[in-house]
Write a new protein. Sequence first.
Length: 403
Amino acid sequence: MTANPLANKHITLAVTGGIAAYKSCELVRLLVKAGASVQVVMSEAAARFVGPLTFETLSGRPVAIDQFSGTMPHLTLTRENTDLLLVAPATANILAKAANGIADDLASTLIAGRKCPLAVAPAMNDMMWTNAPNQRNIALLKQDGVHVFGPACGELACGVSGSGRMLEPEQIVACVRKVLTPQVLAGKKVLVTAGPTYEPIDPVRGITNLSSGKQGYAVAQAAFEAGAEVLLISGPTGIKAPYGVKLIKTDTALNMKAAVDEAASTADIFISVAAVADWHVLAPSTQKIKKSSYGEAQPMIMLEENPDILAETARCNPHLYCVGFAAETQNIESYAREKLERKGVSLVVGNNAGLALGADLNSVVFVSKSAAIAFEGISKLEVAQRLMNAIACNLGLCKGEIS
Ligand code: CTP
């Protein structure tokens, strides 16, 4: 198990002729930084947009352009332990060739003769993108099992806004990570809550907690990478939603519950990572409370218990596979087991709240009805990846360590 599906992977990156080729320099840098080796292949048109020396320097390998130099580069460049052939940017021209088996330059012959999976990141003007033959080609490529990353809708090089913009390099990296991850949750809908909740006292003050949201966001990322459709319902955090995950922002426990209630009936798996406040302020003031209004008296805040989102969701949705996170400071496994029973869920991840809050590493124990398995000092993303595997195993989708 690795938190980094790119480690020690070999990627052949074909850069074809579009202005987005300049973004592929950053893409190479990110892939190499993540531990992959990258062999860049450029079309002649691409080499007019960006100098091959740039790619050579970033990848640490000579760039291949000419299909007639060396010993059959059209075959060797994707066969020597290549994990993925990625075309970014992919022009309408290379997509048309790839969809129809045309092989008349190095990039297209590589595509035609490859043994590894193929992914394309289209980049073109919106008229070219929506053009009927291009859409037919995209449909053909998808039918053939080719991964199509994007494109995004946004500002295009020609000055207009529309679809056809290549994904940003870090988004392409997110897609590559997914392609290189076993799709143990393919076709599943996963609902995740994350972060703290915020219970207002008045319009400028409130009660919250130290949850950073990192563990919940890592769970959402791992679920996406494992092939699931992911909805992340998050309390206030300062972090960006992972690529590919739909985000709904909430604040109070009651609002978070309303969002979960709406999504739960169509989800398959619910993972409740949010640090939900146990109480809310009974009648929050609609105006800022003035210190002077209390005179000599001490202010009192009346609290009322919040619903238990996880327990209620599990009770009302027997079809859902529910997972809780137990934030504890002692007796982690036994408290986690008590919560498993009390909340009627299939799995509880007990973690040491004292160590985990805000940190990047976590020590956890996965507790199910019949088993408990501990992991010490692993990253929150690795906790999340191990959790996806445990869930998939428990649902009979793969073989593994906990049931
Ligand atoms: N949870 C929830 N709604 C609440 C409280 C907790 O959905 N009102 C969920 C959390 O998202 C987590 C699990 O229940 O998955 C356990 O949360 P935790 O705060 O550890 O447990 P509590 O039930 O609040 O018990 P206590 O605070 O006494 O440990």
